[in-house]
Design a binder for this molecule. Sequence first.
Ligand code: AR6
Length: 182
Amino acid sequence: MSMLTRRIGGAQLDVIVADITTLGVDAIVNAANTSLLGGGGVDGAIHRAAGPDLVAECRMLHGCKTGDAKITKGYRLKAAHVIHTVGPVWNAGTLGEDDLLASCYRRSMELCAKHALTSVAFPAISTGIFCFPADRAADIAMRTTIEALPATPSVARVIFCCFSEPSANVHVEALLRHSSPC
Ligand code: AR6
C-alpha cells in the first residue's frame, strides 16, 4: 500500500513499505558493495530471490565504484532488471557521503533512461549496514531523483520501497518537502 503518491511532471512517485524483491517493476535497485558479489541486507535478499545466475552475471562486471551503478537482468525476480549501486559508508559526513549517495540515485536514473525503463524501485540506499542517517538519506534520495526526472522521460513510476514504517515516514516527509509548490 502506498503511504504517499505524488505526480511530478509525467511521473508518479510512491513511498511504500514492502520487500523490494516482490515488486514487478522494470528495475529494482540493489544497495550493493564494491565487489557486486552479494552481501547482507537488501543485497542478500535480492541475490537469494534472483538465484545463482545473478551473481554469475555480476562476476562479469568486475565490481562497481562507490556512487556508480551497473545493470543486470533480474533472473528469477519479478523485476526484469537489477540496478546495482554502491552507497557510501557513513563516516560522520566527512568523506563526501552526501554527494556519493546522490550519485547513486543519479547514476541509477541514468541507467533507466539509457535502457528506456518505465518503472524503478529504490531501497533506502546506505541506511542499513552502511549507517547513513535515514532522514538525511531520504532527503537526498528525493531531491536527486526528482532532479533527474526531466532527463529520464521513459520513467513513469518511481517507487521508494522502504522496509520499515520509520523509514517510510522520513521518505514521506522528504517527498512532501520536495513536491510542495512553495
Ligand atoms: N526490501 C527493501 N528494503 C530492504 C530489504 C528488502 N528486502 N532488506 C533490507 N532493506 P542495507 P546498505 C532495507 O543494509 O546500508 C550489504 O551487505 C534496510 O532496512 O541492505 O546500503 C551490501 O553488500 C535499509 O533501510 O544496505 C553492502 O555491503 C536499506 O534496505 C552493505 O550491505 C539499506 O540497508 C550495504 O549497506
